[in-house]
Structures are given as structure tokens and as C-alpha cells.
Design a protein. Sequence first.
Length: 187
Amino acid sequence: MIDVKFDVYTDTPFRGDPDQRSQTLRRYHELLWSKPLPNGHPFKLSTEIRGAYLHHNSSLGEFFLASDSIGHTYRHSKLLADVISQVPEDELNDLFALCSTIGAYTIFPGRRIDRKPTINGARGLHPKIGDRFDLTLECIRRHFSGEPSPLSNVLERYREFFDLFGTFEGYVDFFHFQDLVLIFTQN
């Protein structure tokens, strides 16, 4: 039912953002993350609420979720231009192809609280995070362990979302981030 090689840009309007415009990516998120939470409660996502990318409403709470890319080439980053210029073009293209599949996306709460940035916005704009998912995942680990991080404020705002997973391990297992955690802990 899910083609892990599907390029989400192929059903995204020209120059559009797959996070917002790819119907296949949205459907894949709905299929992948509509499953039991670590505590056994069902986490059924719906695309039927007008204006919501994905929606969940149950005794666990109401959640409006949005897609977020976790894989980046940094090809257009001025800050990293010197580094990126040393990477062969075909390798950048291969990485971009991988970053255009469902494996390079996740979901986070998508509604602003008190007009403050969402997790997606905060991690993209924070100078110490720079949209890097490895650093975001470390901030999430610290959130679960009660340690401070550059994203402490925004993660605390969305505490109810993280509470769904019970522990960092529950979060990692739910979203299949085991390999990312393994890579980070080995480096």
C-alpha cells in the first residue's frame, strides 16, 4: 500500500511544498501513523476535517498534525555553501531523491499555540538547530528526560502530543526512528 520509493514531488504542483500539497504523502502519513500508541490506545488519523492536514480526536485529546521533512540536502543553504560545493552533484541528486520519499518525512502538531511557532517552525528557525533532525531528535530525547534544550519551550507547548508516546523509546518506536537513534549514538 505504501511505495517507499514514491517521489512526493511527482504529485506536488510545480514549486509547491510536498508537506502541504502532495496528496500521496498525506495519505501515507495517514496510513502509517493510524495505529496503536505504545499504551495500546488507537491513534486514528483523519483527513476529513476541512483545513486540517491530519486530525485525531478521542479521549486522548484533539490533535491537528502536519507533515515535516526530516531529510535535507542543504543544497541552497548559503551558510553551508562551501561544504556543499565539495559534494559531487550526482551524490546531491541521489540524496535529494531519498529526501523526496516518505522515509524523509514525519508528522508534528501543526496548529500554533498562543500564536507561537510550531515545532516545525521552531526547529527550522532556531540557529542552534537549523532544521537538522538529528538535533531535533536530541531535543526531543531531552524533553522526555526533563533536560533543557534549544527547543524546550516549543516542545513543552506540545507536551500533550509527546505524552501520547509515554517515553522517548515509545516515540522512537512509534515513528520508526530506531536507525536514526542508533546512528546518532554511534557517532
